[in-house]
Design a protein around this ligand. Structure first.
Ligand code: FES
Length: 110
């Protein structure tokens, strides 16, 4: 278990936090957001093309605060499951990571 950030750094339906994980010995971008009070983390890679979702660091939600959105071609994702709700990768999903919130901090389960 590794600390990712403080709970206060992740806004409900707003700014998220990027962090890095290791996959097969290589660094891989990831992020955590808050939706409906709960934190959700994903690999920061669109299911359409392997680019980061946020052009502007931490901006993962669309204007409604209900969907995650890829800044490149506008694919939208459900924040709690990572399933693509619309756009060029409909039917696919972000890769979910397990995180827990405890004592005012967010931790990645590794
Ligand atoms: S790269 Fe994300 S929608 Fe195309």
């Amino acid at each position: 278990m590794r600390q990712v950030c403080r709970s206060a750094d992740v806004e409900e339906g707003g700014r998220g936090v990027r962090f890095e994980i290791q996959r097969d010995g290589e660094p891989l971008g990831a992020f955590v957001v808050r939706y409906d009070g709960l934190v959700h983390a994903y690999v920061n890679e669109c299911a359409h093309v392997a680019v980061q979702l946020d052009w502007n660091e931490g901006e993962f939600f669309d204007h409604s605060g209900l969907y995650l959105i890829c800044a490149t071609h506008g694919a939208t994702y459900l924040p709690d499951s990572g399933l693509c709700a619309g756009g060029p990768c409909k039917g696919r999903a972000l890769r979910k990571l397990e995180v827990v919130e405890r004592d005012g901090c967010i931790f990645l389960m590794e």
